[in-house]
Design a protein around this ligand. Sequence first.
Ligand code: ATP
Ligand code: MG
Length: 440
Amino acid sequence: QALQRAALDATAETAAAVQEAVSSIETVRTFAGEEEEERRHGRAVARMLGLRDRMDVERALFTLVQRVLQLAVQVLVLCHGHRQLREGSVTAGSLVTFLLYQDKVSSHVQVRPRDVPPRRPCPSVPAATASAPVQALVFGHSDLLSKAAAGRKILDYLDREPTGDAGGTWAPAALRGRVVFQRVSFAYPARPERLVLRDVSFELRPGEVTALAGLNGSGKSTCAALLERFYEPGSGEVLLDEVPLRDYEHRYLHRQVALVGQEPVLFSGTIRDNIVFGLEGCGEEEVRAAAAAAGALGFISLLDRGFDTGECRGLGGGGDPGARLSPPPCGFCPVEVGEKGGQLSAGEKQRIAIARALVRRPAVLILDEATSALDGEGEAALQQWARSAGVRTVLLITHCPRMLEAADRVVVLEGGVVVERGTPAELRSRCGPYSRLLQR
Ligand SMILES: Nc1ncnc2c1ncn2[C@@H]1O[C@H](COP(=O)(O)OP(=O)(O)OP(=O)(O)O)[C@@H](O)[C@H]1O
Ligand SMILES: [Mg+2]
């Protein structure tokens, strides 16, 4: 079983190596890493084949033992039958009848692996069938062992318990969107000894854009991850409208708190599918309004099929207009959005991702470097949206001085600690960490 598990792991590693190399083919080519990737793949395949060879040897040994056992049982039955014949306790006729019946009965109860061809009944050699019940045990057991290793892996995943408390039920009809980080300390589970955030406290006010500033690795994205409840704080609390995040109902919270990351993930499907992703009952007007607010309407309307770009018309020439998700590509239609949105520019992907967040009308919008690929027009559309949103709370994580200066408030993080907070003008006048960040 251990060998079977190792072989399954090796097969998965080989597939992962291929997938990683193919999906990052541009990086591989940029750094001329084709040969290195080939060697890596070769090593993975060699390990996988080595394990399979060992499995084959073990299986061959097992089959050998099996056959010997089978033969031994046949010999035993024949010897015993012969002795009984000599003693006169059975007649030749009843012994042959016993063997024939036993063959019939055992052929109905035995379990065979798929790769063993069924034996043809051979009445002329009845003793050869005597070991069928033993085969049932032996074959069945070997089959069970190989399936058990695969089954164990699936069960291991199914048995995983969520570490966070997912039982919140709070879902008020309206939210103001006031977020408070209250003395939050946090370490990632992979490195529990290293505190990434220490005693972090700040507030995000409704109707304001609060910018989180700081050098790489200062803990900005970690704050966003805690606000999205990807992790639980080690100590302290994150409150939304004075209620701890864990008390909110899961779907409700993720509709109210939307995150747009630096490298947003788009799914294959139409642009519309990508915008309404996971949202039920979303109308055409809302989709258009969100796209307009994100500054995406311009480039979408220039596409031949607009919001339906990426839709597969199917082999029959027409998809189901009521279906929310497109059918899988038929291989003939141009799937212009591409896998993971690979056929759109970085800025276009970011705009669609922002539209996906805006269409939810979230109480809290987190933009984690989400404007890095936007041109001036895109940034302007975003700022206009943030200003006109009124009641919404915006957490803007950016290194861009222009965007930082446009925020209502700035919180500066250094090594996981809040070192400054205030309006951009106040912080500039202090000539402290914020001013140093602007000068970089
Ligand atoms: N999943 C993780 N497991 C362990 N450590 C992590 C993980 N993600 C981030 N870290 C560590 O936490 C620290 C803070 O990372 P974070 O991503 O919050 O920084 P950041 O301020 O967003 O930086 P950047 O400006 O580069 O995006 C870093 O030192 C990083 O190495
Ligand atoms: Mg970050």
